[in-house]
Write a protein of this length. Sequence first.
Length: 306
Amino acid sequence: MALPATINIHVDEPLKAKDYRSDITPTWCPGCGDFGVVGALAKAYADQKYNPNAVTTVSGIGCSSRLPLWMNSFGIHSCHGRAVPVAVGAHLARPEMPVVVTIGDGDCFSIGAGHIGPPARRNMNITVIVMDNGTFALTKNQNSPLSRTGLPGTLASGLGNLDSPLNPIELMITYGATFVAQTYSANAKHMGATLNAALSHQGFSYVNVLSPCPTYNKVDTFAYFRPRIHDINESGEHTDTGNRAAALAKAAELYNHHHSDTAPVPVGVYYQVQKPVYMENVRKVQQYYKATSNPDWNAILDWFKP
């Protein structure tokens, strides 16, 4: 179906969360944290008053990537590790339309790791939601780049995962994402507020959702997270979210709870700044060529000099 040249991004009359859900019943394992994510995302779409025919939900592979099937929006179930570049293509084709990526920690930061940096650095107006269960679950329990050290897995040693987990918050701030946050799938209020903030943000938004896998990850469970979840913004610990150095310092504490029984599991907005989005810079180039009938080719060549 071809899209019209113009489309209303928002609806005049508010819709309910259920209006953004498809008629397909989710088939995740009972107790999966991803149920909370699909519910919160549908509610956030309703809060944003999105036209279901104007928002695109993109996924890759794995448990998380079934999510577009459960949504009433344009949906793209793409290839292993390629959800972000597919989303970039959708965004470049129709930059006025919201594009949301739902992807797992394994898919995003293993085979997909090379794809998330460039659009973050360019501040493309895309929202990436990583449903972090700390494992490759759909392929039956291999360690992911975000698995904690020692976590059992079918390809792990007898001592469990030998690697240290990647810190996605530090990574995304370093890449240049202009909105970086973490939330928890069992806290609907916090997750809803976080997703709405990400969707409202103009620029590249990254949200890490702690989403327990009850089937394979027997360490990072709801019972583990429940008493440890701690809001770094509400507590007043981290309020200067526009300070990159402060955000990185707070992000360095992300996994303290792996090593201390008394350390909290942090949630909240780590970093948020406003910068020109990618398409604004593209339009400057377009306007330059439209306004210049006799361009200075030497000046153009200078752009490519080191």
